[in-house]
Design a protein. Structure first.
Lengths: 243, 243
DNA sequence: CGAAAAATTGATCGACATCAATCTGTGTGG
DNA sequence: CCACACAGATTGATGTCGATCAATTTTTCG
């Protein structure tokens, strides 16, 4: 069994959607970029891109010149771990917008890979900024903020429990350091119950795992207080200390 | 053991941070809302709010008049399932911004609960919109889009495998319907391997669980194609069909 | 100090991972 | 058109990590 491709089932499979029901509609409209099937006009701006199954719409780390909307097909956004493992972050359906992280950083944060032959509308950032010219700088600051938020979403519910615990601790540590706080020794600030909830596990498992890791010398732990060992801080990647 | 509160350990525990290292800094500055410790001026606008441990900064579903930045302390954002179960979505540290969903919808999407005595800066939306007055409407459209993105983040890595599968299927179904596509019968569009990756499980488990659910009559399944049973569509909550 | 919440520790069980084999469907070339 | 190859999917047997149930111990606070 391979991917769906029979022509007559395209709509049930994945689109295309009308511009009206696309998340990018209001923005395209304000940019005079509508585009397809607008009333009877049907003028196209030629901003369509077709990507075959398995091909990438964009790659993590590359300069971002456009945001995209899926018109037809499906796209997975993927984070590739340093060890080469793929983690699917989200699935985009027709009408969904891709690459909004381009607003803030001007780099894509994820790989966007077509799951099947996919047609996307491409909206260059240059068009947006041109239209935004008169907009107050405050607006762009808000946009930058929001944009960061969408990328920051780290999840702590993947992998083994020890991996999740390490991910949480290193996340707390790094975020504290970014704020000028002590990232080496700090209070967890959460009960074991709250940690368990966040990591989608049980309080007994959190307790046991923390104890074991502490015994194994990954950090010193005393109640709420945790102090990372020097070796731990050298690791930059989630899961690096697991087991 | 209860929460950290010893005065001399406040900084290592949770702040306060300087305005300069806060995510809201650029926005506050443009609103002439700096506020605290600005050079030697130290003029305060009185926009501080103190929340005791366990108290709520805001509640899901209530009208949103402000966004917040944590100055000192910690806050958990929580989704309360219909069955009353709490799911921690994120932990906010000093310098983090809370309530950005207020930009789009004017309702908070989550409960924000202080993990300890917490001091927040409050920035009313009215101040923002006043400053935004001359900003082009396009900017606000972009903001709305981004705002939605930050809320939409559904994770499929919580609960049992059958719960995750149901969550994924209903998510696909609803998102398709919102786009005017068939939400009852559609192709998954992903290989079992990709589903397994997304749900943080194994291909064999996905296969087995899909087979079992299909046998149990939750849906008809044939390769990529899935057709939800009428009963399934009546359920609106994730996990409603589990096991 | 005493009560209550939080945390730890132990014993047992079950869901899911893992390893392995087989089956099914799709596209390809003779 | 059929045989073949291969990716994808299914099914089975077994092992293990984390859930669950239960009992203490530790910490905090009135």
């Amino acid at each position: 069994m391979t991917r769906v491709s029979s022509p007559e089932t395209v709509s049930a499979a994945a689109g295309p959607v009308s511009c009206r029901s696309c998340d990018l509609y209001e923005i395209c409209r304000r940019c005079d970029r509508i585009a397809i099937e607008e009333e009877r006009g049907l003028r196209r701006t030629g901003a369509l891109r077709t990507v075959r199954a398995g091909a990438r719409l964009y790659r993590a780390g590359t300069p971002a010149h456009s945001i995209f909307a899926v018109r037809q097909g499906m796209v997975k956004t993927v984070r590739v771990d340093p060890d080469g493992e793929e983690r699917i972050v989200a699935i985009s359906l027709p009408g969904d917008v891709l690459g909004v992280e381009a607003f803030g950083e001007h780099l894509y944060a994820l790989d966007a890979v077509a799951l099947q032959t996919t047609v996307c509308c491409e909206l260059p950032l240059s068009v947006l900024s041109e239209r935004c010219a008169r907009a107050h700088e405050l607006a762009s600051a808000i946009i930058t903020l929001l944009s960061r938020e969408t990328v920051d979403q780290t999840t702590f519910t993947r992998g083994s429990i020890s991996e999740r615990i390490i991910a949480l601790i290193l996340d707390l540590s790094r975020r504290r350091e970014r704020r000028g706080l002590d990232g080496r020794r700090f209070a967890l600030g959460m009960t074991r119950q709250e940690i368990a909830n966040l990591l989608d596990t049980r309080i007994e498992t959190v307790s046991r795992t923390l104890q074991r890791m502490s015994r194994d010398g990954q950090f010193d732990l005393s109640g709420q207080w945790l102090e990372l060992r020097a070796a731990a801080l050298l690791q930059t990647d989630r899961g690096a200390l697991a087991d």
